[in-house]
Design a protein around this ligand. Structure first.
Ligand code: ZN
Length: 297
């Protein structure tokens, strides 16, 4: 479980959010067995996606998709309005030597490419509106800067985005992960923006503060440089996928009679992997037979 908080400052002209995603990133790393650099990259994208989700009032599914030219190939994260997030890196083994500063060379495995944000809504009321899709080129590959660039360019919201993942050598491999997003809305005063920019660039790494016991509120306080804010909400968050054995059965059924019959005759069953959470579903011969029976009915 993680925590996501959001609020406002300066009479609504500044929007703030912060998240502790330590458990979420640990779960992603456990499921996908990502390399250290891929763990940092995926962890930052999962965290940024949860924070971005706090920006929008109305969505059923928010997807951040990075089409990367680097070794990692791509990173996808999907959040729902209830604080659930899931995601994967296309090549979880992608790795690069750490930088001289000791930081992961995330841009080294991401490289150039495109950054997409896809917002879908209307499912719950039976409407299927066209999704909103925004995209910008990858400008940094370090992820936080790419979220900030997306917000400034595509949503016209100049923002400060901090995303951090700190790893350790033993399970659960993630000792701290979290993020802060500060959005300057219309009416934000230049002087206030300067104070925040200075605080953000002078503040210690998020994960250093978190390792020292800082809460998500503390992370915001540090990043706001003494400017007060009012918290408006808090959400529990988790790495959670919506796949299930029943869904796997429906996917098999959708392949049609011929395909199901050949699975039964050639393999005596079927195996389905969920790309988002790496769960494997084993479908037995008996289950394939009953799918065939219902397809024939
Ligand atoms: Zn899944």
């Amino acid at each position: 479980m993680g925590r996501l908080i959001h609020g406002l400052a300066e009479e609504g002209s500044i929007r703030v959010m912060a998240a502790d995603t330590t458990d979420i990133v640990a779960e992603a790393v456990r499921r996908h067995e990502t390399s250290p650099t891929a763990s940092a990259a995926l962890g930052r994208v999962l965290t940024g996606t949860l924070l971005l989700g706090a920006t929008f009032k109305d969505f059923d599914r928010l997807t951040v998709k990075i089409e990367a030219e680097g070794e990692i190939g791509g990173i996808v994260a999907e959040a729902d309005p209830n604080g659930n997030v899931r995601g994967y890196a296309r090549n979880p083994a992608a790795d690069a030597p750490s930088k001289e500063s000791g930081k992961f060379d995330v841009s080294g495995v991401v490289g150039g490419g495109m950054f997409y944000v896809i917002r879908e809504s209307g499912f719950d009321i039976g409407l299927h509106r066209d999704p909103y899709v925004g995209s910008v080129p990858i400008v940094s590959g370090e992820i936080a800067e790419d979220f900030a660039y997306y917000l400034a360019r595509s949503e016209q919201i100049p923002s400060a985005v901090l995303l951090g993942v700190l790893l350790q050598n033993a399970p659960p491999y993630v000792s701290a992960a979290g993020g802060v997003m500060i959005q300057m809305l219309p009416g934000a005063e230049e002087q206030v923006i300067s104070v925040i920019e200075a605080a953000v660039s002078n503040s210690p790494h998020l994960t250093t503060s978190m390792s020292g016991g800082a809460t998500v509120e503390d992370l915001l306080r540090i990043s706001m440089g003494g400017i007060g804010f009012e918290l408006l909400g808090e959400k529990e968050t988790a790495f959670r996928c919506n796949c299930s054995h029943e869904r796997a059965l429906r996917l098999i059924e959708a392949l049609g009679e011929e395909e199901v019959r050949s699975m039964l005759e050639e393999d005596g069953g079927a195996k389905l992997d969920c790309g988002f959470c790496n769960e494997t579903y084993e479908i037995s011969a008996g289950e394939l037979e009953s799918i065939l029976a219902s397809l024939a009915a």
